[in-house]
Design a protein around this ligand. Structure first.
Ligand SMILES: [Cu+2]
Length: 151
């Protein structure tokens, strides 16, 4: 309740000042399956989104140890090296190298029936850059990947 009131005040302040465009949080839902698939091959985010909120739902039954999935965002050119470096990091580190600066956003690894959300600012993104989303569970990123388009 308190948070909602603060948010309302902030919107009013922004509207009154006219200095900032209103925040626009764009929500994206994506599912991962026991068949090692994402249900989307591409995600497009409009240029006027100030934040993106991605919710990954594992719609399968297998555990995170068997068939875990995460949602990781990075430049397409860095996908393979991020996945390779994360392979040995283990489930507690979400199969990502600790403090990997190439990772722009990521959820934790989830198993069947679980979901995870990540929210990030589009100020991280440049128009025209080639981004990809992918899963860094060992062996998954060659299949579980797609284009992430901004702008
Ligand atoms: Cu996966």
């Amino acid at each position: 309740m308190k948070t909602i009131r603060i948010a309302a005040c902030l919107s009013l302040a922004f509207a009154a000042s006219g200095a900032f465009a209103a925040d626009k949080v764009c929500k994206v839902d994506i599912a991962g399956t026991d068949q090692m698939q994402f249900d989307k091959k591409e995600i497009s985010v409009a240029a006027d989104c100030t934040e993106v909120e991605v919710t990954l739902k594992h719609t399968g039954k297998m555990t995170a140890q068997q068939m875990g999935h995460n949602w990781v965002l990075a430049k397409t050119s860095e996908l393979a090296s991020i996945a390779t470096d994360g392979m040995t990091s283990g489930l507690p580190n979400d199969y990502l190298k600790k403090g990997d600066a190439r990772v722009l956003a990521h959820t934790k690894v989830v198993g069947g029936g679980q979901s995870a959300t990540v929210k990030f600012s589009t100020s991280l993104l440049k128009k025209g850059e080639a981004y990809s989303f992918f899963c860094t569970f060992p062996g998954h990123s060659t299949i579980m990947k797609g284009a992430f388009k901004f702008g």
